[in-house]
Design a protein around this ligand. Structure first.
Ligand SMILES: [Zn+2]
Length: 311
């Protein structure tokens, strides 16, 4: 998570060509709010403890790691919560779940995502604006991305930043503060992607990035995604969406919602936080309103960085 800390760094936010008239109205018609956005976690598929144990034994045998080689992250792959998620994803098929666990473990050992950091943001914390905000009413971490406040829209290493944030959410569950650890469906997170300011220079416009992101999510983080809320996607996103959509499985596609306009943003925030946490809903709506003001973008990276009220 970035913690901007130097007012002297503020050179202003990137200029953008966003305007309300450029909103991708087609997306809203296809998957938009329609006043019925529902974000509650789906019901989990029942997975018996015996099936989980069978997958764990199979995984241990086939991964062939000695007890000395078994790292913390290896044991996390073997945990009831992780095995449950892979079993959910494979509709309870132990053999397929184990095969997928092994492939993901191979990927994790090679890439060590738990240690990935965004070096662009380490050298300049203003590079990307994609951060953990708070938990929603279902105890899921909420990640918020704002293209308008990217300081360097041309940066092409957003994937490292995204992976670091997802792993941070995973750490919240491992620490027991993510809510519902051990329940495959409850251990998800929500991603609010605010497309205000999205333009030709952003990495998300090249389909290669979102395709790679979709592949990584679907393959190595099954059942982690609770919902993706694309806010005010502009017309230039239509081409990207047309390329991404066929690459998404039906379950992932069903979790992507397009939100548009002030009323849509307000309904989304209320649905995320519910009446008991209306202060967080108010904060998010207010923050998104501010991000739409160029003079606020100029001030955004100055101290102190605006964060939601304490949970
Ligand atoms: Zn970054």
């Amino acid at each position: 998570m970035e913690t901007p800390g130097n007012a002297a760094c503020g050179k202003g936010a990137p200029s953008t060509s966003y305007s309300e008239s450029e909103d991708f109205a087609g997306l809203q018609a296809e998957g938009g709010l329609k006043g019925t956005l529902r974000l509650e976690p789906l019901n989990s598929q029942e997975v018996s403890f015996r099936t989980i144990q069978a997958v764990q034994a199979l995984f241990q045998r086939q991964s062939s790691e000695t007890s000395e080689e078994q790292s913390f992250w290896y044991l996390d792959m073997m945990s009831d919560a992780t095995v449950s998620r892979f079993l959910f994803a494979e509709k309870g098929d132990a053999s397929k779940a184990c095969k997928r666990l092994l492939a993901t473990w191979k990927w994790r050992k090679k890439n060590q995502p738990w240690a990935v950091k965004c070096h662009l943001c380490i050298s300049d914390h203003r590079t990307h604006d994609f951060r953990y905000l708070c938990h929603d009413q279902y105890s899921r971490p909420v990640l918020y991305l704002s293209f308008a406040t990217f300081h360097n829209p041309e940066s092409n290493l957003l994937m490292d930043h995204v992976i670091a944030q997802i792993e941070q959410c995973t750490a919240l569950y491992l620490e027991g503060s993510g809510g519902g650890a051990g329940d495959g469906q409850a251990s998800t997170f929500v991603w609010v992607a605010d497309y205000t300011g999205f333009g030709l220079r952003h990495p998300g416009l090249n389909p290669r990035f979102p395709l790679s992101l979709a592949y990584t999510f679907q393959t190595h983080y099954p059942e982690r995604l609770g919902a993706v809320l694309c806010v005010d996607a502009p017309s230039i996103f239509e081409g990207v969406w047309n390329v991404i959509q066929p690459a998404l499985d039906a379950k992932t596609r069903s979790k992507i919602h397009f939100v548009r306009g002030a009323q849509g943003r307000s309904e989304m925030a209320n649905e995320l936080f519910g009446p008991a946490r209306s202060n967080l809903a108010y904060w998010l709506v207010d923050h998104m309103n501010k991000v739409r003001q160029p003079d606020y973008r100029e001030r955004f990276w100055q101290d102190p960085h605006e964060m939601p009220p304490a949970e």
